[in-house]
Write a protein that binds this ligand. Sequence first.
Ligand SMILES: CC(=O)[C@@H](O)[C@H](O)COP(=O)(O)O
Ligand SMILES: NCC(=O)COP(=O)(O)O
Length: 249
Amino acid sequence: MASLGVNIDHIANVRQARRTVEPDPVRCALLAELGGADGITVHLREDRRHIQDRDVELLRATVRTRLNLEMAATAEMEAIALRVRPDMVTLVPERREEVTTEGGLDVAGQRDGLAAMVGRLMEAGIGVSLFVDPDDAQLEACRHCGARWVELHTGAYAEAAWGEQPFQLARITEATAIARGLGLRVNAGHGLTYHNVEPIAAIEGMEELNIGHTIVARALLVGLQEAVRQMRALVQNPRRDPLFGDRQP
Ligand SMILES: CC(=O)[C@@H](O)[C@H](O)COP(=O)(O)O
Ligand SMILES: NCC(=O)COP(=O)(O)O
């Protein structure tokens, strides 16, 4: 049964639209936890477009579940992680001009440098997850780096046309089995919604889904605590193939 990490980046987006103090993601994290979140995820971007350093520091002091810090694999972010000590760091690719994360981290292309950073973070007692595409070579490189976790990028699945979703679901299902065979624990996220999440949540061995944008969007209609409660109900008790009817992936 998968757990739910709630990403609160887009609450901070609303605040940053006016460079003001509300809505405060720190206060909203409490509501997400009251709604049943198993963890809180934030992406501290180099351009600070939404989550701020102050948010990460206060969340460390206030989150009662687990704090997962998404960050680029840079010296600046590593220093922040070693100071703040989140429960987990998820290393993600980052480009200033991107609207949102566009793909998985190229672990295979920077194995040795990442292995050193992973080692330092784990030495400090911080769990490390690598955000990668569902790709065999990337998963093998993740094992080489010493990370215990991978987070499979579900963007291609989420953005796929209806007829292509079974293929993308099969890719993630297969990657999950391969990752577990390599001794890695498996999370997933990016672009998941109330309408596409269940087949991902139902994958054998899927441990946690990190979901943000769709929860914040629904929160505008029903409130954050209720939006989290509704998503956790889907993640915890997914119908295997509500999207595909009698189609087989
Ligand atoms: C790694 C991932 O898929 C998301 O957490 C992404 O980092 C969100 O970034 P934005 O919130 O800036 O879109
Ligand atoms: N790593 C995925 C995440 O934290 C949330 O992504 P999204 O649901 O906002 O697309």
